[in-house]
Design a binder for this molecule. Structure first.
Ligand code: FUC
Length: 784
């Protein structure tokens, strides 16, 4: 670090110590001294739940790349007659595959499964038509030119999480230029507002890689209608311009001359509808017309106020402050990230990263919109990595881990809707591939109900997908206590996911119920009895059983679930003290593989815990130590959660620190390239949103846990955070928890429950029952 950087850091920390944590809002900023050049690593994300946009902040030419989450190529395979590439023999060969596995003939089992048990995706031979899996698509870019005469000074580009506003500011001579960008969910628009102290000229052009059908400019509204070449999916983007300048439209380009200000209110919609089997029929043009009519009387100030009120009603629920440590917001974020990794403690950056996850959740996932995908809502490509799909063997679920605990329950809804929408296609896959009742989804899920074990065997084979996705419905209930939701939405889905496992599990030589064939996500080959499958089945059946008791329903079924659950192959501790990944004790102690699937029972599940199963928790520790503290972005984020559940705050913090490693690489690295880009998006690499969200959940989990019917206060507080406050996290049971700590000790806790009742709280070794009255805050001091 050079002297100048050191001085800035020192001044910044002093400054903040004086200002204190009351000023935290101003500190929640990512900022840079130059425009972005690279989309993935430098541009900054904005969103209104439906649309995701990335802005570059170019001086003469601004690029605002955007998409709407439902713009998806592919999908022909969604129609039942294409049967997701179903092979006629798939379910019929299962007994043979099982028998081969039982005899230890893995190679033969693999060959047969590869031939018959893989959805015909990426394949063209055979009588079933090949499936076009498709991919999420960018919609295009708004290119905005801005006039200027002279040299630029005092340039800055920022994203303020407290107000969800992107800004660009610079001076040219005496003229001050500003741009303010934000998403507005209630009005369903993105707003880009330009001002300059002297009148300027702007041009706006829409560029898209897709097919243009029509274009028009009327009543200050520009519309572009087009479709995807691949599957004909129709879409429209529209924006309204408000300005004091002169407007003209020619050759697809809009000019604004002599303007002190210009406001673009921008929307987009597609014909996609989340409804099997057609996935079509949304009246996207009417949708846009209504959006544009809705903002007719809303100027910039009104749109801003509306957006802010809506955003802050969610964002402000959680406040996180850390004191007694340097916070260096005076440094641009890219330099700040580098300094932090080199060893300059920057508690402000850590807080910023936590709140960034919540910002991204609010920006990318609101009721009525499609679920976030691997990249949230931010995709600039027609051929994104892994199709920017809904990857269901860890990634998609991780993206939604922070939803409930960080008090953004509403943002969970699009994901829960997606889960509900795949039950019907998932039933076909269960029937045709696995010969079972219930529903299933494997590794790859697209927007068209592709639930088959697609892709090359065994990577795409993962019968645990539905159980894992369903656990989010249970969690939504556990956190909100919304019984109507449990009864009407969650329970039918949980029940059918359970039916799958009740059929699929088979008795092995020892009399246990095991999953066969099975595959522990992306590690080892086809197997008999992958631990993760057993943990998922156990977790699902446990939650479904609890639901039957709460709803007082299905008594006979409940008894069956319980019976099956108790016969599932239990977790096993292997020869070197590790938690076994498979039924056989064959774990390789030198493997550093990114997936630690067999610790599902530790997190997100609750089967393994230091309190209820200390031996298994110890074995999980051995496994984690063997796997090491490196990995892809999401792998590091998962490990934060694991170590939190093992109540080791310092180790969890170490993993978080590793995730804040500056990375610039945009290409694929499958093992140890994980970290953060200059824009603080998670580097797998390449960019995937899972690491951001997994880490946000992990930080919450360090400070509050509630999975074992106990509200555990500061369960894994790291020594790097001796003093601080976390307000507004949620515990299961719908309890809002504010905690304050000093010198590493809890000094105050405030609890507000939504239901009157007795709750168990724990702090270190102290376990206590307390009575909480609905909506009445209770504050406890040091003595608890
Ligand atoms: C899983 C992971 C990869 C990647 C992909 C999107 O297959 O194993 O690392 O994150 O999902």
């Amino acid at each position: 670090m050079n002297l100048k950087t050191l001085l800035i850091l020192l001044m910044a920390s002093l400054h903040l110590t004086i200002r204190g944590s009351a000023q935290q809002a101003q500190d929640l900023q990512l900022w840079y001294q130059q425009p972005a050049e690279k989309w993935m690593t430098q541009a900054l994300p904005l969103g209104n739940g439906y649309l995701g946009a990335m802005f570059f902040g170019g001086i003469d030419k601004e690029r605002i790349q955007f998409t709407e989450g439902s713009l998806w190529a592919g999908g022909k395979g969604a129609h039942p007659e294409y049967n997701f590439g179903i092979r006629e023999n798939a379910a019929k060969v299962l007994p043979t595959i099982r028998a081969l596995l039982a005899e230890g003939k893995y190679k033969e089992a693999h060959q047969l499964a590869n031939k018959e048990l893989t959805g015909q995706i990426h394949q063209t031979k055979g009588k079933t038509p090949a499936i076009d899996f498709g991919a999420q698509q960018t919609m295009g870019d708004l290119m905005v030119t801005v006039s200027r005469k002279g040299e630029v000074a005092d340039y800055s580009r920022s994203l303020d999480l407290a107000t969800a506003t992107g800004s660009v500011r610079y001076k040219v001579g005496k003229d001050q230029y500003t741009r303010s960008y934000f998403g507005n969910y209630p009005s369903k628009v993105m707003v880009y507002h330009y001002t300059c102290t002297s009148p300027q000229t702007y041009t706006i052009a829409f560029q898209t890689p897709h097919v243009k059908d029509h274009e028009a400019f009327e009543n200050q509204v520009y519309r572009f209608g087009g479709h995807l070449q691949n599957n004909g999916q129709a879409f429209e983007t529209a924006y309204q311009i408000r300005t004091d300048g002169k407007l003209s439209f020619k050759d697809g380009s809009l000019s604004v001359a002599d303007a002190h200000y210009m406001t673009i209110a921008h929307t987009a919609a597609t014909e996609y509808r989340l409804q099997f089997p057609d996935y079509k029929g949304h009246d996207y043009q009417k949708d846009n017309q209504m959006t544009m009519a809705g903002i007719r009387n809303k100027d910039f100030k009104k749109l801003q106020k509306e957006a802010l009120t809506d955003y802050q009603s969610l964002f402000d629920r959680v406040q996180f402050s850390l004191s007694n440590g340097p916070q260096s917001n005076a440094l641009p974020t890219d330099q700040r990230l580098a300094a932090h990794y080199q060893g300059t403690v920057d508690l402000g950056l850590e807080r910023l990263y936590f709140q960034y996850g919540r910002y991204l959740m609010i920006s990318g996932s609101r009721p009525g919109a499609i679920s976030m995908n691997l990249q949230g809502k931010w995709n600039d490509s027609t051929d994104p990595p892994w199709a920017a799909d809904f990857h269901a063997n860890i990634n998609l679920q991780m993206i939604y881990w922070p939803a409930e605990i960080t008090n953004l329950s509403e943002c969970h809804i699009p994901y829960l809707d997606l889960t509900q929408s795949i039950v019907e296609p998932g039933r076909l896959t269960a029937k045709h591939f696995f010969g079972t009742k219930g529903w299933v989804v494997n590794t790859m899920l697209n927007a068209y109900g592709f639930t088959s074990p697609g892709w090359e065997f065994p990577w795409g084979f993962f019968p645990g997908g539905a159980g894992w996705m369903s656990r989010h419905l249970w969690e939504h209930y556990a956190f909100t206590k919304d019984k109507e939701f449990l009864q009407k939405k969650a329970y039918p889905i949980l029940k059918e996911a359970s039916l799958f496992w009740m059929d699929y599990l088979t008795k092995d030589a020892q009399g246990y119920l095991i999953s066969s064939p099975s595959y522990s996500p992306e590690h080892g080959g086809i197997s008999m009895g992958a631990t993760m499958d057993h943990q998922i089945a156990w977790d699902l059946l446990s939650n479904t059983y609890k639901a039957t008791q709460i709803l007082n329903t299905d008594a006979a079924f409940a008894a069956q679930i319980k019976e099956v659950k108790d016969r599932i192959q239990p977790n096993q501790i292997g020869s070197w003290g590790q938690l076994q990944e498979w039924k056989e004790d064959k774990d390789d102690s030198t493997s550093r593989h990114r997936h630690v699937s067999h610790l599902y029972g530790l997190y997100p599940g609750y089967q393994i815990s230091p309190n209820s199963s200390p031996d298994l928790a110890q074995a999980a520790k051995v496994t984690l130590n063997a796997r090491g503290d490196e990995g892809t972005g999401w792998s590091l984020a998962w490990k934060i959660n694991f170590w939190s559940r093992l109540l080791d705050g310092d180790r969890a913090y170490q993993l978080f620190h590793n995730l804040l490693k500056p990375v610039d690489q945009a290409g694929v690295n499958m093992s140890n390239g994980g970290g953060s880009y200059a824009n603080l998006l998670c580097a797998h690499p390449p960019f995937q949103l899972d690491g951001n969200m997994g880490a946000t959940a992990g930080i919450a989990e360090m400070l509050l846990q509630s999975h074992n019917e106990v509200i555990h206060l500061l369960p894994a507080l790291p020594s790097a955070w001796p003093d601080g406050e976390m307000k507004g996290l949620k515990a299961r049971g719908n309890v809002t928890v504010d905690q304050k700590w000093e010198d590493g000790q809890l000094v105050q806790v405030r609890l507000v429950a939504q239901e009157t009742g007795t709750y168990t709280i724990q702090y270190k070794a102290l376990v206590k029952e307390i009575r909480l009255t609905k909506n009445k805050a209770i504050t406890l001091g040091k003595e608890l």
